[in-house]
Design a protein around this ligand. Structure first.
Ligand code: DHB
Length: 392
């Protein structure tokens, strides 16, 4: 006989979505169990994106989920778009009165984990969800780090388990059921020991390919080069990487330093066909993936979670399914706007290998339409800093 445990909400995945949801439910007295196959150290040290929308930071701060994001994150009031050898600043603050925060995702995770544990939260590291079944009366089959198995029975199950979600099959009927697009390029990302090369992020479209100059702290930079998805990250020497980065952001002298991490990020757009089946739901990357340009991934996950938290609180306290049933339609507006924005930023700044001369000129026209027009710039500023959130 397999051991059985019970909870109100089973949350698969201790990323930003799963941990924030568990935290918001706890604030309303609703128990949850968060499962993640990774150990705590792995979750807290894996490098991801670094840009938080203003609304994301406001939610984290207002709910006590991350008091450091506002205090220690660096507020950026604009970005630079560089093309044709010239930089063009998009002034978010002037255009839309909002900004973004540079605060790495793994720092958000450290804050959320510390908060959940301080509040007595049940976060089970190293516990792998093998499968989820019965959308009406959800059961998650779990394996412990010792290889022991048990079943977690819950009123609702939430798949916050990323792009390779185990819960997705229960919700959509298949692992791949969704709208999907793949791009013929990727980003080669590095972390290096050097101070920021510029006060704000530089998104640079150059004839050699796209480059992004980002930051992590006063002593660490994050930089990206457009590359072939099959690139072996160890195939380039440090000197080759710096030469290529420097050539793609001509006009700014990059601060160089020892490179201590390299990775290749695939570009994909995905939205699951369904986000809800009975009492099984998908949030964050389990529900949708965006290409990294514009850093919408974590922010979109937070927006999903606000809707799902309210729906589950209503369900737990009144028994009403209204919020749950409304979730897919309510979430889909922001999901598709973010899909469009991420695709648009990507297509405007990257040339695909088979791009025609026409496309390259059209792309320059597009970049000029954005930078030479207040209205064009304002759209970018509005989308980048984030649309209003349900709760705020
Ligand atoms: C970062 C990543 C992004 O995709 C982006 O658009 C901006 C910044 C980053 O990792 O710093």
């Amino acid at each position: 006989m397999t051991r059985t445990e019970r909870t109100r909400v089973a949350i698969v995945g201790a990323g930003p979505a799963g941990l924030l949801l568990s935290h918001l439910l706890h604030r309303e007295g609703i128990d949850s169990v968060v499962l993640d196959e990774r150990d705590r150290d792995q979750i807290e040290t894996t490098v991801r994106a670094g840009i938080l929308e203003q609304g994301t930071v406001e939610v984290l701060d207002a709910t006590g989920a991350s008091e450091r994001a506002l205090r220690e994150g660096h507020r950026h009031e604009g970005i630079e778009l560089r093309f044709g050898g010239e930089g063009h600043r998009i002034d978010f603050e002037r255009l839309v009165g909002r900004g973004v925060y540079l605060y790495p995702q793994h720092e958000v995770l450290k804050d959320l984990i510390a908060r959940r544990l301080a509040d007595g939260g049940d976060v089970r590291f190293g516990h792998r969800a093998i499968s989820a079944r019965d959308a009406e009366n959800p059961v998650v089959e779990v394996e412990t780090p010792d290889g022991e198995r048990y079943e977690l029975v819950a009123d609702a199950v939430v798949g916050a388990d990323g792009s390779r979600s185990v819960v997705r099959t229960l919700v959509t009927g298949s692992q791949t059921g969704g709208y999907f697009r793949e791009y013929p390029f990727a980003w080669f990302g590095i972390l290096c020991e050097a101070p920021p090369s510029a006060p704000e992020l530089i998104y640079s479209a150059s004839p050699r390919g796209f480059a992004l100059v980002s930051q992590r702290s006063e002593t660490v930079q994050r930089l990206y080069l457009q590359c072939d998805p099959e690139l072996d990250p160890d195939s380039m020497s440090e000197a080759e990487i710096w030469d290529e980065l420097q050539a793609r952001v001509a006009g700014t002298t990059l601060h160089e330093g020892p490179i201590f991490q390299r990775d290749v990020l695939r570009f994909r757009s995905f939205v699951a066909h369904r986000l809800l089946n009975g009492n099984a739901l998908l949030v964050g990357d389990a529900a949708h993936t965006v290409p990294p340009t514009g850093a919408k991934g974590l922010n979109l996950a937070v927006a999903d979670v606000l809707l799902v938290a309210d729906a589950l609180i209503e369900f737990a306290t009144t028994g009403s399914r209204a919020g749950l049933d409304a979730y897919p339609a309510a979430a889909s507006h922001r999901i598709w706007r973010a899909q469009h924005f991420s695709w648009w930023m990507t297509s405007m700044l990257h040339a695909a290998p088979d791009e025609t001369e026409f496309d390259l000129h059209r792309q320059m026209g597009e970049l000029e339409s954005v930078t030479a027009s207040e209205h064009g710039s304002a759209y970018l500023a509005e989308a980048y800093t984030g649309w209003p959130l349900a709760r705020l």
